[in-house]
Design a protein around this ligand. Structure first.
Ligand code: SF4
Ligand code: SF4
Length: 267
C-alpha cells in the first residue's frame, strides 16, 4: 500500500513500499529513447566510479580526470559529478546511438530511474530507503502499461550491491559529528577524495608509503588490497573511520606507537 509520510519540510509526499507498483518500461522503440541521457547532473558514488573505471579499463585517476568534475559539498566532503560532453545537447559521454555503452556498469542514479530516493527525518530514523516516482514530462516509459513493484525493480536493476556499498560510504557522510562541523581542512577533504574516489592512488598510498610500517594490517588484508578494488574500498572506509572519526578500527604497530610517543616526548 502507498504510504503518506510527513517529510521535514512538511510537504505531503507519496513514497513506495516494497510491494507498491509503478508504471514503467523503457525500450529503443520510444521516441524519447536516450533523451534522459543528456544535460543531467549525475552525482557519482564511490562504487559507481569503481565499477565504471574497471568497465572502461582505466585507472581511477584517468577516469576521474576524463569524465568527472569534483567539488566540495555542503558538509565539506568532496562530491563527484559525471561531466557531460561539450556538444550542444550536453550528451552523457557514454551515450552512443544504440544506447548506454556501459550499461552493465551504469551508475546508481541511472539504474534507479524513474525512482528517486526520498530522504526525510522519518525515513532516516527508520533506517530505511524510500523512493518516489519522478515526474519527467518527456519520459514515455512512465505511460507504459507495464507495472513493476519497487522490490522487483531493485532486483531487476541489480541495485542491492550498490545499496551495500553506499551504506559503507554513509558511515562517513552521515556521521553526526561530521555533519555538524563542516570540514574545511583541505588535507582531510583530499584524504576522503583519495580513499573513496581515487582508489588506485589510495592503493599506492597504502602499499608504497610507510603506511604498512605504521599500521598493523594482516597479510591476508594486504593481499586483498593489492588485487581487489572492493576490499580496498572497504579498507578505505575503515581508514577514514579511524582517521576522521577516531574509531578504533585499525591498530598502530607497537614500534610505530613507541616512536611516535618518543617524538612527542611522552614516556
Ligand atoms: S522511456 Fe524514459 S528512461 Fe527510457 S529513454 Fe525514454 S526518457 Fe529515458
Ligand atoms: S551512464 Fe549510460 S544510462 Fe547513464 S546517462 Fe550515461 S548513457 Fe545514460
Amino acid at each position: 500500500m502507498t504510504k503518506k509520510i510527513e517529510p521535514a519540510e512538511k510537504r505531503p509526499l507519496t513514497v513506495l513500499g516494497p510491494h507498491d507498483v509503478f508504471r514503467f518500461e523503457c525500450h529503443q522503440g520510444l521516441d524519447c529513447y536516450t533523451r534522459c541521457c543528456r544535460d543531467i547532473t549525475i552525482f557519482l558514488t564511490p562504487y559507481d566510479i569503481l565499477r565504471m573505471k574497471n568497465a572502461l579499463g582505466l585507472s581511477s585517476g584517468d577516469f576521474l580526470s576524463a569524465y568527472t568534475v569534483s567539488m566540495i559539498g555542503d558538509t565539506g566532503l568532496p562530491v563527484v559529478v559525471l561531466k557531460m560532453r561539450k556538444d550542444d545537447e550536453k550528451h552523457c559521454p557514454f551515450l552512443a546511438g544504440s544506447g548506454c555503452t556501459i550499461y552493465p556498469d551504469r551508475p546508481w542514479a541511472c539504474r534507479i530511474y524513474p525512482l528517486q530516493p526520498e530522504s526525510t527525518t522519518l525515513t532516516e530514523k527508520a533506517g530505511k530507503l524510500y523512493y518516489s516516482v519522478m515526474d519527467v514530462p518527456f519520459c514515455r516509459g512512465l505511460l507504459s502499461d507495464r507495472t513493476v513493484s519497487l522490490s522487483v525493480w531493485i532486483e531487476e536493476q541489480a541495485i542491492p550491491v550498490y545499496h551495500e556499498m553506499e551504506a559503507l560510504f554513509k558511515k562517513i557522510t552521515t556521521n553526526e559529528r561530521l555533519t555538524k562541523e563542516k570540514i574545511t581542512n583541505k588535507k582531510i577533504q583530499e584524504m576522503v577524495y583519495m580513499a573513496c574516489y581515487d582508489l588506485d592512488r589510495f592503493r599506492r598510498f597504502v602499499l608504497e608509503s610507510t603506511f604498512l610500517e605504521r599500521f598493523d594490517i594482516g597479510p591476508e588484508t594486504v593481499e586483498q588490497i593489492q588485487t581487489d578494488d572492493v576490499a580496498l574500498y572497504r579498507f578505505g572506509i575503515q581508514w577514514l573511520e579511524y582517521g576522521l572519526l577516531a574509531q578504533h578500527v585499525l591498530k598502530i604497530k607497537p614500534e610505530a606507537m613507541a616512536a611516535k610517543k618518543q617524538a612527542l616526548g611522552i614516556e
